[in-house]
Ligand binder design. Structure first.
Ligand SMILES: NC(=O)c1ccc[n+]([C@@H]2O[C@H](COP(=O)([O-])OP(=O)(O)OC[C@H]3O[C@@H](n4cnc5c(N)ncnc54)[C@H](OP(=O)(O)O)[C@@H]3O)[C@@H](O)[C@H]2O)c1
Length: 383
């Protein structure tokens, strides 16, 4: 039985993971759950899934969490260090990495250094520090399994050939709410509009990233690290129905794809039950929907994010970490109504343009680049 630590259990991926767990009584034991600050939801989950330990990142919330869990027998912890401890403790064999943003880097690294099976939804750490994470996994014998739907689709499709036979990866994206919008409409877009994703129901940050296509930008770098495919062989197609999640091309020219409803529970389930496939009773893809599958080239003029990813990915070193941090900061400012939607592109492009790329020697270099990019974005907004 896999013993799970779910990092970010109160988020969209975390809740979907627990729904998968609910579907397989006897397959998984929930050892620990962690949240950022939503102690009400964390307490509800603790009462339903009976983990031995829970942790909340925000130390100011621990009193409230203890009060919510009055009479509960597990251990209640608080702070970033506690989350890292839960990610690495011996009693859990499988860690689901579902914190949003750079905050997931250190806990995910802890899990990798402890040699766990790690299902990764939290793509930002892979973008920031892919080579360091890979090295940590190799040194400790940890296994990374992709949860992101496109990367799960690549992973599943790639099993049709040998690793050296994989030539090209095509990631799809819905195009988001501004697929057909004018530049002027995008510039005037409110967060309410930008937060309305046409096909997926997700947390706020990734929903904005889907609207700017920064999500796809992050995924290009993520795919490079996970599958070892060169940037010129990673392509993006807009596919508004979100049914084909990714396609791979092999050296003989055969193309294999994975299809499914836009429902994260399937890639989560696959990562949890891998290498087995089990029937979790998830809704099936109505095959009649496949008659009208549409694929388009992304508009790289309105959505410069993809070029940021190819540029930062090829530059390597600290460039992807800067792209990620600048984007996180810009999205935060947009969600706080401090900058317009299209300013996100200027801020990410501005930070990347001003950054002197350094080799990624160690974690401190990555964290320095992350801090520098956030400060640079704030400076650009003040200027
Ligand atoms: N949602 C999707 O469908 C989807 C698909 C593919 C990949 N992903 C990736 O999966 C990750 C999670 O996405 P999501 O949509 O599930 O995000 P979300 O709904 O915003 O949830 C984020 C989780 O991280 C926790 N958290 C936030 N800040 C934290 C901090 N500083 N320290 C510790 N925990 C913190 C949150 O706790 P609180 O609830 O207490 O704030 C919550 O549990 C992202 O990297 C995203 O790109 C998501």
């Amino acid at each position: 039985m896999k013993s799970l630590c779910i990092l970010g259990s109160t988020g969209s991926i975390g809740a979907s993971t627990l729904d998968v767990v609910r579907r397989f009584p006897g397959h998984f034991r929930v050892r620990s759950l962690t949240a950022g600050s939503n102690v009400k939801k964390l307490a509800e989950q603790a009462r339903e899934f009976h983990p031995a330990r829970v942790a909340v990142a925000d130390q100011r919330k621990v009193k409230e969490l203890r009060a919510q869990l009055d009479g509960w027998r597990g251990e209640v912890l608080a702070g970033d260090e506690a989350i890292r401890e839960l990610a690495a403790e011996q009693e859990s064999t499988y860690v689901v990495s579902a914190i949003v943003g750079a905050a997931g880097l250190l806990p995910t690294l802890s899990a990798l250094k402890a040699g766990k099976l790690v299902g990764i939804a939290n793509k930002e750490p892979l973008v920031m520090a892919g080579p360091l994470m890979q090295a940590a996994a190799e040194a400790a014998g940890a296994t990374i399994l992709p949860i992101d739907s496109e990367h799960s689709a690549v992973f599943q499709s790639a099993r049709a050939g040998n690793r050296g036979e994989l030539r090209k990866v095509i990631l799809t994206c819905s195009g988001g709410p501004f697929r057909k919008a004018s530049q002027a409409a995008m510039a005037a877009a409110t967060k309410e509009v930008a937060l309305k994703h046409p096909t997926w129901n997700m947390g706020a940050k990734i929903t904005i990233d889907s609207a700017t296509l920064m999500n796809k930008a992050l995924e290009i770098v993520e795919a490079h690290f996970l599958f070892g495919v060169s940037y010129e062989n990673i392509h993006v197609w807009v596919h508004p129905q979100s049914i084909v999640h990714a396609l791979v091309e092999f050296t003989d020219g055969a193309v294999v794809a994975q299809l499914g409803l836009p429902d994260m529970r399937l890639p989560i389930q696959y990562a949890l039950t891998y290498p087995e496939r089990l029937d979790g009773g998830l809704p099936l893809l109505p095959l009649e929907r496949m008659a009208t599958l549409v694929f388009e080239e992304p508009d790289r003029r309105r959505f410069p994010s993809l070029d940021f990813a190819y540029g930062a990915g090829r530059a390597g070193g600290t460039a992807p970490a800067v792209m990620n941090a600048a984007n996180e900061e810009a999205v935060r400012l947009f969600l706080d109504d401090r900058v317009r939607f299209t300013r996100i592109f200027d801020l990410v492009g501005g930070a990347l343009g001003a950054h002197a790329v350094r080799p990624m020697d160690d974690l401190e270099t990555v964290l320095d680049a992350d801090r520098w990019a956030r400060e640079e974005v704030r400076r650009l907004v003040r200027a």
